[in-house]
Design a protein around this ligand. Sequence first.
Ligand code: FAD
Ligand code: DLZ
Ligand code: SF4
Length: 524
Amino acid sequence: MTQTRLRFVMGDQLTRDLSALADIDPGRDVVLMVEVAAEARYVPHHQQKIAFLLSAMRHFAESLRAEGIRVDYVTLDDPANSHSFSGELARAVLRHAPASIVITEPGEWRVWQMMRGWADALDCPVDIRADDRFFCARAEFAALAKARKTGRMEFFYREMRRRTGILMRAGGPEGGQWNFDPENRKSLPRGLRPPARQRFAPDAITRDVLTLVAARFGDHFGDLRPFGWGVTRADALQALDHFITDCLPNFGDYQDAMKSGEDFLYHSLISPYLNCGLLTAREVCTRAEAAYLAGDAPINAVEGFVRQILGWREFVRGVYWTEMPGYAQTNHLNATRDLPALYWTGQTPMRCMADCIGTTRRHAYAHHIQRLMVTGNFALLAGVDPAQIEEWYLAVYADAYDWVELPNVHGMVMHADGGRLGSKPYAASGAYIDRMSDYCKGCAFDPKIKLGARACPFNYLYWNFLIENAAILSPNPRMALPYRTLAKMPPEQRAAITHSAAAFLSGLPAWPKAAALPDAPELT
Ligand code: FAD
Ligand code: DLZ
Ligand code: SF4
């Protein structure tokens, strides 16, 4: 009899076309899937994130079995479970004595390091295959980097448009320009209600998982219930349909808007599905392009959406794999402050922070501008240690894996990479949040006041950040404008800013002290 090949599929590889499942022979091969506590605990993942992944894994295993494929599935409550990938592979090798182990390369450097030791440790050949679910292969990005075509996201993105033909017409960009971002910065007009979002009622498998997660990880951050994420490919396709029909037409206009009580606005909510493999980037971009070609969504919306996936998502992955492991080690702005407890408690009188952390707690989700311009901006201005804020982002979002979280936080938010990802830090004062949201109305602080007890902390923290980092940031031509303004400030004003910031920051560890989290909005 021909010897078994063991096909090892991890939780973010739930794609039937995965390279590790190509050429599978149901008569000979076994798929191995393992639920292990190490993956839930290497950072303390949000309870909904763990439940989402475990339920999606169990449903994926069912769908393979329905095809007649043998699946060896180790559950979290299996008494013999060693609770690590390496330990479970070792046990599976003893069970199946395979001729080889077939795997798709992982999404995280941490697992990549483990994986490279498996052939020797298990004394079994390991066939590691490329993850071809991305538009740009790791080697292709490295080659583009050598050819100096990956310096900035925008040029990489244009190259990807040309290579894929997505949103291209007669060799040029559809709509006559590559980027419609300037049209995509509207705040939400009063009276415009975003559509109710589709959520998925837990089935028996998900209900079992919810019970398991509550018992084992009930001490982790985040509400476990209500749980509304889809957990199958059919669910994910339904969520995509709903987005394309009901939200995409307005996605561009209100991409940067924030509103309390509106956790999702017109965003797609598909990142957890994309990142665990239930949707592919190609099908998502194709669907959005088709909506544009059919006249169902305007170009600013469709281009804005495609840019996030074909541009940003591919770009951050490329940067991650070409720059790791050194990428995670840099700390360009020498930031060292401990992560304030308010990130876990959500208790703060700053309404914007309380709202964004509340959304995160309720859904294991916050949209991009909340992550970038509220919780991210605050960590940047407060000088939080990059490693600590990175761990928070990796733990709390259902879509977070190191390859995508790290460049966004280390690079885009914290500028800890010295500008590899973005040419300048996205630092902003309270005026930005006031313009793009309704958070400031009803906040204990006032975005128009610059100093003093009622001043919005983002105001003096912003100028203090510029003062503290002047030696590093002022030579950057893209920072010339704020540094010119700073240069015109009288010394006593600068001293007052420094004083207010120091007083605020030294009081931060004493928070939480006020403001309960906002009530959950209704989900339908
Ligand atoms: P939409 O707004 O509908 O966008 C569509 C899709 O574009 C997303 O699903 C996502 O796949 C992609 N996308 C958009 N922006 C980015 C980006 N900057 N990088 C990569 N992909 C992008 N995204 C993650 O998938 N995982 C993370 O761990 C993650 N961490 C982030 C941390 C910070 C500090 C910031 C600023 C952004 C982070 N992002 C992350 C990017 C982005 O915020 C999320 O992809 C997005 O909010 C997911 O919600 P959505 O599906 O509704 O996205
Ligand atoms: C995030 C996660 C969690 C919580 N649990 C598991 C698990 O039990 N089994 C599994 O295969 N994957 C899990 N994952 C996703 C992994 O962390 C992810 O596949 C790796 O980080 C990829 O590099
Ligand atoms: Fe946030 Fe400042 Fe506005 Fe309050 S005033 S909501 S702290 S930006």
